[in-house]
Design a protein around this ligand. Structure first.
Ligand code: GAL
Length: 346
């Protein structure tokens, strides 16, 4: 056969093949990597739990033969969007996002989809977009368990005088925690068994903002309250600083969430009363498995959905546990989230 004709045929075949690959979104990354590359865009590494989430997720993805590029936005929306754009430019095969602002990250999801990159939201939902997948804990139940802890400790006479610290308004989880708390508290408030003396949202979940909320409450009401419903351990820590300055730490019930080390130590000392344990090893393990499947364009099974204002996002919800000084050893120490020595000092 005339070599020139042969050449034309080969190049035609090649261009058809390339076209096919691009149209399918490239399977394991349009760069046909041997190991999937996952982009992990984090809001912050400020709280202890996020450092653990990062390390556990990277390790689990590694066990599944995938690499992870981690970028943390230090609580800046602009920075997080730039991080996601950088990961898209890196042609990651799947994106995992822990959004600072649930709504602001919709733009990130749309940009990823324009590049044929699927997106998994980790722990916190992204709203107002065609999000592919969501994995988290039962966040409404977090709030219910926190409030039920107070409901089980109402004063024998009179009513419980309560202060409430919500999380960051930009975080969809903060609203779900509050919703769960309200589910339990509303009937008690209506029955006059609980009175909310003061309540506010702690911007960026910052402990110093939580401390300001309690300082404002003490300025308004003096130290005359029985409990603080703090939505996580970071804000509980800020609140307890204010109680310590007032000389009433340990005399007021304080809730929390995340079972970070400082909170577990406060629970042993008695200045914090409870926390919510969220098994991060389960979340990170399942999230890594889902992210690798997304990266390889393999089918995903998600039994639940979360309405995010645009679509019903296929979702996975994981269980949580209420922790006090009585079951610290059987929960967070047993699972290795914290050590006996670090918590109990021996
Ligand atoms: C929430 C998360 C909590 C808490 C908080 C502050 O979204 O579910 O575990 O850590 O953020 O980072």
């Amino acid at each position: 056969m005339n070599p020139r004709i042969l050449l034309v045929i080969i190049s035609c075949v090649l261009s058809v093949l390339t076209g096919l690959v691009l149209s399918r979104g490239g399977g394991a990354g349009s760069t046909a990597r041997t190991r999937p590359l996952i982009g992990l865009s984090m809001d912050t590494l400020k709280e202890e739990r996020w450092q653990k989430d990062r390390d556990l997720f990277v390790a689990e993805a590694g066990k599944l033969g995938a690499d992870v590029e981690v970028l943390s936005a230090n609580s800046s929306d602009t920075r997080q969007l730039a991080d996601v754009e950088a990961l898209i430019t890196r042609k990651v095969d799947a994106l995992v996002i822990i959004p600072k602002d649930a709504a602001a990250m919709a733009k990130a999801v749309n940009l990823a989809h324009q590049a044929n990159i699927p997106v998994l939201a980790y722990d916190r939902l992204i709203t107002g977009c065609d999000l592919d997948l969501y994995i988290t804990f039962d966040n409404v139940k977090v709030g219910e368990l926190q409030a039920q802890f107070l409901a089980d400790r109402l004063p024998s006479t009179g009513k419980m005088r309560l202060l409430r610290i919500y999380g960051a308004k930009t975080d969809n989880n903060a609203k779900l925690f509050k919703q769960g708390q309200d589910n339990v508290l509303q009937p008690l408030i209506a029955a006059g068994k609980v009175e909310v003396m003061h309540e506010d949202w702690a911007d960026d979940w910052k402990p110093e903002n939580a401390k300001k909320i309690i300082n404002a409450a003490i300025t308004k009401h003096g130290p005359n309250f029985d409990a603080i419903l703090a939505s996580n351990d970071g804000t509980a820590g800020g609140a307890i600083q204010a109680l310590t300055e007032e000389g009433i730490a340990g005399k007021v019930i304080v809730t929390g969430q995340d079972a970070d080390l400082a909170a577990c130590q406060r629970i042993v000392q008695g200045t914090q009363t409870m926390t919510i344990y969220k098994p991060l090893h389960l979340l990170s393990k399942q999230a890594a498995a889902l992210a690798v499947r997304l990266a390889q364009r393999r089918p995903i099974i998600a039994r639940d959905v979360s309405a995010n204002g645009q679509t019903d996002v296929p979702s996975v919800f994981l269980p949580i546990h209420s922790v006090t000084k009585d079951n610290l050893r059987d929960t967070v120490v047993k699972d290795g989230l914290v050590t006996e020595k670090d918590v109990f000092g021996r």
